[in-house]
Design a protein around this ligand. Structure first.
Ligand code: MN
Length: 129
């Protein structure tokens, strides 16, 4: 189950760790360090899943998720929001912005890959007309 995964995350160490763990499972990882670059790359590579950091400088993850979900093509890509447990309310806001899933930082190496892979075979989103 090799997937194309886009990682939108501004912290290089977090990108390195996520890439390392997901590549070990055979996934194909692309990286973007800002929201606008992430949107551009999503349109270009049409990933199977987007891992989206919520705390991004400039355009934050909520804004990125809303942009993705307002695009007729990109809206079908599952988004897993990644944010710190300490940021109360981020989970609800993330889901409200359109993310299908949510993973807490710091990333737990024991469960991270399994959590991401849970979102790779989602049924088609029911269209919001
Ligand atoms: Mn961040």
């Amino acid at each position: 189950m090799k997937a194309k995964i886009l990682l939108i995350e501004d912290n290089p160490q977090n990108r390195y760790l996520a890439r390392f763990m997901l590549e070990q499972r055979g996934h194909d990882i692309s990286e973007a360090e800002t929201g606008p670059l992430g949107l551009e790359m999503a349109a270009k590579i049409l990933p199977d899943l987007i891992l989206l950091d919520i705390q991004l400088p400039g355009m934050d993850g909520h804004a990125v998720a809303r942009m993705l979900k307002s695009d007729p093509i990109l809206r079908t890509i599952p988004i897993v929001a990644v944010t710190s447990y300490a940021m109360a309310g981020d989970r609800e806001r993330g889901l409200a912005s359109g993310a299908e899933g949510y993973i807490e930082k710091p990333i737990d190496p024991e469960s991270f890959v399994a959590e991401v892979e849970r979102f790779l075979h989602l049924p088609e989103q029911e269209s919001a007309s």
